[in-house]
Design a protein around this ligand. Structure first.
Ligand SMILES: NC(=O)c1ccc[n+]([C@@H]2O[C@H](COP(=O)([O-])OP(=O)(O)OC[C@H]3O[C@@H](n4cnc5c(N)ncnc54)[C@H](O)[C@@H]3O)[C@@H](O)[C@H]2O)c1
Length: 378
């Protein structure tokens, strides 16, 4: 039976949901399966993933077995599968770099990261020794150095990389080229959740476009109470997150809205909401006869299982690419599961491309053009 060896950087809420999901789906057969966009990907089912290495910096997680660390504070996501068996995989200390925002110090320990004083491990060696096929990066928003560190470690160890956060690696032609040349696949950047604010906003923007409604203005305000939202109170850490979320919607439009007419981003931290994210979305436009219309939507969703629904596919396609010796940025799965992929495609086309990729058809025709952009950037 084929298995996937997975390493994880950042055992926060997203990692907790992903690992719970892997165990949950071991118990469910195809006809009773709820919540997977693909049951089987080239022979890999969701339960065929084994966590073999994990890195964090929090004193309540480092040194623990992965199965315990995912339920440690300050993680607060819904526990939908509590019986995760002991993995025999100890969470290793990673280098802190810029992973921890300074303002977190002002919050109680049960809400924020608490940095361990253990010496960082050699991440590249851990990846090699564990034989990890894929490393998933769940660094907090704004962790530019930490994300580049883990991306480089994956490159050096020859481990596939799935970048779930908005520091641009797969969508940066220079980094993408490095993965191509090293013969390692990469998926990224910034996970686009299963039914999250981004995919809903994109679908509605597409609907406006398909029905000849001009969109004049829009906003998407998001609030939540997990460490992701606490971290994002720091505006300096938000730059790439804002770009990623805004471009995901702008890319649907024939003519992008000017900056004043589009506002998308995390808006506040409400501790009691924990991992429940609420999105308030408004779109203003004009229909037949130049007559105004506005649309308001409120989406409430548990944030981290929502990301798991996408990362479970990104990981399996990354491994499938590795099996097939396909390297560099994987355009189809990145467009399907990420907000800021190397190349944006409408979601229904991205889905079709992923299905063709899984069945073995080539569909990465724009890869050469994307990679050649590395020569034109300084
Ligand atoms: N639906 C979603 O939840 C969603 C969607 C899109 C993107 N993302 C992004 O995914 C990332 C992870 O989200 P999350 O909710 O799991 O965050 P989280 O705050 O729950 O977890 C982050 C983890 O990283 C650890 N960490 C910090 N610095 C580190 C370092 N240098 N090395 C190793 N570990 C380190 C923290 O201790 C914590 O365990 C965030 O950037 C988030 O914006 C999440």
């Amino acid at each position: 039976m084929k298995r996937i060896k997975l390493a994880i950087a950042g055992l926060g809420n997203c990692a907790s949901s992903l690992i719970q999901g892997i165990e949950y789906y071991k118990q469910v057969d195809e006809k009773d399966c709820i919540g997977l966009m693909h049951y089987d990907i080239g022979g890999y089912r969701a339960g065929d993933i084994d966590v073999v290495a994990a890195f964090d910096i929090d004193a309540r997680k480092v040194g623990k077995d992965v199965s315990e660390a995912i339920f440690a504070m300050p993680n607060c996501t819904k526990v939908f599968y509590p019986d995760v068996p002991k993995k025999g995989v100890e969470v290793k200390m990673g280098p802190v770099l810029d992973g921890v925002a300074l303002h977190m110090e002002n919050y109680p320990e049960n809400k924020r990261f608490v940095v361990s004083d253990i010496k960082p491990c050699n991440v590249k060696r851990e990846l090699e020794d564990s034989g990890a096929d894929v490393l998933v990066n769940y660094m907090p928003v704004g962790s530019e150095q930490a994300t580049r560190f883990y991306a480089q470690a994956a490159l050096d160890a020859g481990t596939g990389f799935v970048n779930c956060m908005p520091v641009f690696i797969a969508s940066d032609p220079k980094w993408a080229r490095k993965f191509q040349e090293r013969g390692v696949p990469i998926v990224g950047d910034d996970i686009k959740s299963q039914i999250g604010a981004t995919i809903v906003h994109r679908a509605l923007a597409q609907l406006f476009k398909d029905r000849a409604c001009v969109m004049d203005r829009t906003y998407q305000l998001n609030i939540g109470g997990n460490t992701d939202f606490l971290n994002m109170l720091s505006r300096e850490r938000l730059k790439s997150k804002k770009i990623s979320k805004t471009e995901a919607v702008q890319s649907i439009l024939d003519t992008p809205l000017c900056d004043d007419d589009i506002h998308i981003g995390p808006s506040d931290y409400v501790p009691w909401q924990k991992d429940n994210k609420v999105c308030f979305l408004r779109m203003e436009g004009r229909i037949f006869g130049d007559v105004p219309i506005n649309l308001e939507l409120r989406l409430s969703v548990e944030d981290s299982p929502n990301s798991g629904g996408s990362s479970i596919d990104a990981i399996r396609v990354c491994k499938l690419a590795k099996d097939r010796n396909i390297a560099g940025p994987l355009l189809a799965i990145s467009a399907y599961t990420m907000k800021h992929p190397p190349v944006q495609y409408p979601d229904e086309i991205a889905k079709e491309m992923v299905d063709r990729f899984i069945s073995g058809e080539a569909c990465e025709t724009e890869k050469k053009r994307f990679l050649s952009a590395a020569d034109n950037t300084c």
